[in-house]
Each structure stands twice: as structure tokens, then as C-alpha cells.
Ligand binder design. Structure first.
Ligand code: CP3
Length: 340
């Protein structure tokens, strides 16, 4: 058995004393203490003030026996650092969506210590204060998911303009993706250097793509970012939302952990990914609204799908909803730990 972090051991597919669990969007609006802070401070100020961002990162760890912390920030924060004008209302709105070659060429590289020093300082503060030695996950948006927001300009169900851009301007799209891949590699390498103990890319909009487009556009960019990060020595996690149909493509990626949404069956996912990758997920966030006994049955189903082989990190299949009862989270975390 590993004596250190169950989360880090599971990332490396080592045996663990208990099943590690954390919750996507665990720092956020379902917590009264987060809402109390947000009543006084806007979201951007929270992310740009290291003391406050560190406090928000740690809030869920004080309430629940979570096995990992995740940096409080946003996938769009480094793009602001690169000079992209945007507002959170509350989703990100890009003031001048990127559609032209000139805009792509004028996107500067990201220099994290200069452009987003507050993120790195937040990481240092969290590492100094994390209870129980809980490891900290650093993160970024995956290049294609960032492209969706940059080209479309705002949150959307279909991201039509972004998908159209892939067909209308495939070479421009590839150039933009490679720039974003390099920027996120620099960003995550700096996070690891500041103390992040695992690095995660969020591909929130993978489900928009058929496998050929995923293989052509999204995957090479992710592979480029992760290849640059191998030297950091920390586990690498790729969260693929609505990616059941994409798993055979993801199987070829050099990554330690693949996170999946609740639509995917973990048994099937593990069969396709093979023994060389750990999996993370994948309880439906809606299951937190079930009565306690039913929530346990739903957690059991996730554990059964994951199976007994090392390399499973329990999580939701996507971010927790703002109207979730924190008591349900407490029950879930304790139950997953009891079940081992
Ligand atoms: O606890 C954590 O998970 C860390 C914090 C975190 C935030 N955003 C804070 C946030 C993380 C990991 C993100 C990532 C993020 N941001 C993703 C990828 C994960 C996913 O959900 O698929 C995406 C797609 C975004 C873009 C984004 N930022 C949206 C769509 C929104 C609005 C909708 C929402 O969920 O709130 C934001 C704003 C945002 N990011 C908030 C928070 C807490 C709400 C801001 C507020 O308090 O008003």
C-alpha cells in the first residue's frame, strides 16, 4: 500500500488504502462560504488575488475529506494574461472573437511569471496551507476547448461558429490550436514549478467533434501540450467531456489519467484505454439530488464499473451544480472512502 497521497498513487495506477475522491468545481457556488465571499468580491478579483484564490481553493477541503485540491482559477484566465479582452458574466465573453489570421498571429506567447503571476502565487500559498498534505491539481483549458470560446466569443450549446471555423479555415484553426498548445504548456509547466502536483487539461467541448475532427484538431494540440509537460514529472490528466465515442483515439495519447463524463461506462472506457491509463469519474452531478440510499447505489455503480484494478479516482462526470446540498457531498465523500 502507498503511504503517501491516495490521489497521486491512483494517478500512477498504484494500489491505495482508500479510493481517492475529489469533485470537479469543488470550490464554488454550492458552498455558502464561497457565496459569502462572492457577495463582496467579483469573480475576476477572486482569481487575481492570491490570498482570496487560495482561501477559496481550501474551502471545500475544510468541509470534506477530499483527496485533492484544485487551483481556483478559470480556463480563460491565461488568455486574459495574453491580452485577450474578456468578461465573466458569469460565463466567459470574449470582446473581439478571433476569426482572422491577423488576430491569430498577434496572439503573443504566454510568459507565466509576467502575465499571470497571481496564479503561481496562489499555488505557493495553497501548498503552504493545504490540510493533511492534500495534493494540489493545477489545470488549464485544452486547446480546442479554448478555441471554442475564442472563436465563438461566448458560451454556447453547439459552438457553431467554432465548428464552422474548423471546416472553413482548417489551417488557421491548426495554427491557433498550436499557439494555444504552446501557451498552455508554458502555463502548466510554471504551475508545476510553483508546486502543482498534478496537471489537468479540461476538454469540456470534446463532445462537439466526430472522431476524425477530434483526431485532426483537438488531439494533436493536446499531445503537444502533454509532451512538453512530461519533463515536469507530475501525473497528467485529460478530462474528455462527452467523449465516449472518442476513447479509441484518446487511447493513443501519452497521458496518465483520462477523466470521463457520466454517459460513459467506466468498464468499457477502461477496456478501450487499456491497462496503461488510470480513469477519473464519473458520477452524474444530478445523482447528488437522490435520497441518501439511492446516492450510495449510484456511487456503487461507478465503483463497480471502475473495477478492482488500481487506477481509479472517484469524481463527478462534470462540474457540481450550484444548487447542490453540501451535505450530499459530505455523504458521498465519506461513502466512497468507507467502500474503499
Ligand atoms: O473548483 C474548481 O473546479 C476550480 C475552479 C474552476 C472554475 N472554472 C471556476 C469558475 C475550474 C476548474 C473552471 C474550469 C472551467 N471554466 C471550465 C472547464 C470545466 C468544465 O466545467 O467543463 C470551463 C468550460 C470554464 C468556462 C466557464 N467559466 C464557464 C462556462 C463559467 C460560467 C458557468 C459556471 O459554471 O459558473 C465560468 C465562470 C466560473 N468559473 C465560475 C467559477 C466558480 C462562476 C463565477 C462566479 O462565481 O460567478
Amino acid at each position: 500500500m502507498s503511504t503517501g497521497s491516495a490521489f497521486l498513487a491512483a494517478c500512477r495506477r498504484q494500489p491505495v488504502a482508500h479510493r481517492p475522491v475529489w469533485i470537479m468545481r469543488q470550490a464554488g457556488r454550492y458552498l455558502p462560504e464561497y457565496r459569502a465571499l462572492r457577495a463582496k468580491v467579483d469573480f475576476e478579483t477572486l482569481t487575481r488575488t492570491p490570498e482570496l484564490a487560495a482561501e477559496v481553493t481550501l474551502q471545500p477541503l475544510r468541509r470534506f475529506e477530499l483527496d485533492a485540491a484544485i487551483l481556483f482559477s478559470d480556463i480563460m484566465t491565461p488568455l486574459q494574461g495574453m491580452g485577450v479582452g474578456l468578461d465573466f458574466t458569469p460565463g466567459p465573453h470574449v470582446r473581439e472573437p478571433i476569426r482572422s489570421d491577423a488576430q491569430i498571429e498577434s496572439l503573443p506567447p504566454l510568459v507565466p511569471e509576467r502575465d499571470v503571476p497571481f496564479v503561481l502565487e496562489t499555488i505557493r500559498l495553497v501548498r503552504a496551507a493545504a490540510p493533511r498534505g492534500v495534493p494540489l491539481i493545477g489545470f488549464a483549458g485544452a486547446p480546442f476547448t479554448l478555441l471554442c470560446y475564442l472563436v465563438c466569443g461566448k458560451p454556447s450549446k453547439e459552438f457553431g461558429p467554432a465548428r464552422a471555423f474548423l471546416y472553413a479555415e482548417p489551417h488557421a484553426a491548426e495554427r491557433l490550436l498550436m499557439r494555444l498548445a504552446d501557451a498552455m504548456a508554458a502555463y502548466l509547466a510554471a504551475q508545476a514549478a510553483a508546486g502543482a502536483q498534478a496537471l489537468m487539461l479540461f476538454e469540456s467541448w470534446a463532445g462537439l467533434l466526430a472522431q476524425p475532427q477530434f483526431r485532426r484538431f483537438a488531439l494533436p494540440a493536446v499531445a503537444r501540450t502533454f509532451a512538453a509537460l512530461r519533463a515536469s514529472g507530475v501525473p497528467l490528466i485529460y478530462y474528455v467531456n462527452q467523449g465516449s465515442a472518442l476513447m479509441s483515439a484518446v487511447a493513443g495519447l501519452d497521458v496518465d489519467v483520462v477523466g470521463v463524463d457520466w454517459r460513459a461506462g467506466l468498464q468499457e472506457v477502461r477496456a478501450v484505454l487499456g491497462p496503461g491509463k488510470a480513469v477519473q469519474g464519473n458520477l452524474d452531478p444530478a445523482a447528488l439530488f437522490a435520497p441518501p440510499a439511492e446516492l450510495q447505489r449510484q456511487a456503487d455503480a461507478v465503483l463497480a464499473g471502475a473495477g478492482a484494478a488500481p487506477g481509479h479516482i472517484f469524481n463527478l462526470g462534470h462540474g457540481i451544480w450550484p444548487d447542490t446540498d453540501p451535505q450530499a457531498v459530505a455523504r458521498l465523500v465519506d461513502y466512497v472512502h468507507e467502500r474503499g
